[in-house]
Design a protein around this ligand. Structure first.
Ligand code: ZN
Ligand code: MN
Length: 471
């Protein structure tokens, strides 16, 4: 893309995880049989009146605060009118000029600072399903509270756009306001992208790619679109403002709607809902309740001296960070805890054998395991076996050690018997040791460890070898 700067803005939509929908008391639940969680309000039947869900408003305020936004003292809902089969009312209740939050910013990991123009609260539409005999619609999703987070056009590459979106999702998860399940469409994004000559101030017409539900699709679609626009400009052509879709199997964007047909949403204040005040003291309370946010988590872990990759992996989720903190609180050493979490436990998590959010054994036991290794009570390989058993059955390190017969052999006569057995088998190493070859000692200690499955303290083994060899 030499000669051009890529300019991207993102609108991220996040479904909120509330008990009920935004303007009625229908359950807000994914996966129920189609059209079971519906009522006159979310179907927009004549005479039905919406009532705002306070939990939805609080979630929006908390997100606004987490993004460093100004929270409005007064806000209101507006009607956005358009016709589409998944929209039962013929309009969406949204926010036009008095959104709940404005003027925030996000530090993008590995990227720059991106301004957040607004955080607004609205309702989701139903869901169209295309079947062999035609399209059907499920209105269970209609009226589900939806946050829209609009960035300024501050993103400069498809990678940065993806990293920004991932960070927004991480923040929503940290706040606990959404389950943020990509595969269920809980988080979607619309992207605007245009190109301009490097150094230019003015923005060129932009292309909008709507309703992406995968980080990978977003990155691929933007990369394709940047290349396509660059080629149009190189040929001396003009990029039209339009909406384009992403065809992932073919790896191309395709024109959907041009500017000439751009819709006019005929926004007007929602007549069935009064503007509402947001009490600053309530906002202050919500600010107090904010958890440690992903950016702060990463900074804190980096200050402990963890490697970048470890920081990234542990800070990725609140549950992993809490588990790390729990093991540390048990007095374990930071490097070892990070290694176990990013190594064996992360692998177990991948295999579905361990869940940091609902761990089979408490973090304090990981701390105990690390300490057992540090104090020479368990060797590394023995500790791995213990961890595997804990992940499988829970319990304590002490129980697992006993069950696996991995406890250290403390009886000196028993250790001496093992040492003698090794020495009689390894005559050459014994001769090397007598001849002053130091590495022979390491080998012999290793053989004792192997024979006893790591149940002997290495310093005890080497002391007994010296005694037996008679040096
Ligand atoms: Zn309803
Ligand atoms: Mn929206």
């Amino acid at each position: 893309m030499s000669g051009f700067e890529t300019v991207i803005g993102l609108e991220v939509h996040i479904e909120l995880q509330t008990e009920s929908k935004m303007f009625c008391s229908c359950p807000n639940r994914f996966g129920d049989p189609a059209n079971t969680n519906i009522c006159p309000v979310c179907l927009g039947l004549p005479g039905a009146l919406p009532r705002p869900n306070a939990a939805g408003i609080d979630a929006a305020i908390r997100m606004a605060l987490a993004l460093g936004c100004q929270v409005a003292k007064r806000s209101k809902f507006d009607r956005k009118n358009y016709f589409y089969p998944d929209l039962p009312k013929g309009y969406q209740i949204s926010q036009l000029d008095e959104p709940i939050g404005a003027d925030g910013r996000v530090e993008v990991p590995g990227g720059g600072t991106v301004r957040v123009l607004r955080v607004q609260l609205e309702e989701d539409a139903g869901k169209l399903q295309h079947e062999s005999h035609g399209a059907v619609v499920d209105f269970n999703r209609a009226g589900v509270p939806l946050l829209e987070i609009v960035s300024a056009p501050d993103l400069r590459s498809p990678q940065e756009a993806r990293a920004y979106w991932e960070e927004i999702r991480r923040i929503a998860l940290a706040l606990g306001i959404s389950d943020a399940r990509m595969e269920e469409g809980s988080v979607r994004a619309d992207a605007n992208i245009s190109l301009r000559p490097v150094g230019a101030e003015e923005l060129n017409p932009r292309v909008e790619i709507k309703n992406m539900n995968s980080f990978r699709f977003l990155e691929r679609a933007l990369a394709y679109e940047a290349e396509r626009q660059a080629e149009v400009y190189r040929q001396g052509g003009r990029v039209d403002q339009e909406t384009r879709g992403w065809d992932d199997p073919r790896g191309v964007t395709f024109s959907q709607r041009s500017k000439e047909e751009a819709e006019d949403y005929r926004y007007f204040p929602e007549p069935d809902l009064l503007p509402f005040a947001i009490d600053p003291s309530h906002v202050a309370e919500l600010r107090q309740s904010l958890p440690e946010l992903p950016g702060d988590r990463r900074q804190r872990l980096a200050r402990l001296g963890l490697a970048e990759e470890q920081v990234r992996l542990i800070a990725e989720s609140s549950a992993r960070t809490a588990y790390f903190d729990g093991a540390m609180a048990a007095g374990a050493d930071v490097d070892s805890v990070a290694k176990w979490i990013c190594g064996d436990l992360a692998r177990y998590e991948n295999d579905g054998r361990f869940d940091f959010a609902h761990p089979a054994f408490p973090a304090a036991e990981l701390g105990a395991l690390v300490q057992s290794v540090a104090q020479g009570e368990l060797t590394g390989p023995a500790a791995k076996k213990v961890l595997s058993l804990l992940a499988e059955r829970g319990g304590t390190v002490a129980d697992a050690v006993r069950q696996l017969g991995l406890g250290r052999i403390d009886d000196l006569d028993a250790v001496r018997a093992e040492v003698r057995a090794v020495l009689s088998l390894e005559q050459k190493a014994v001769a090397d040791l007598r001849a002053g070859k130091k590495q022979a000692m390491g080998f012999l200690v290793g053989q004792v460890m192997r024979r006893t499955r790591g149940r002997v303290a290495p310093d005890v083994a080497s002391r007994l070898i010296v005694e037996e060899v008679g040096e």
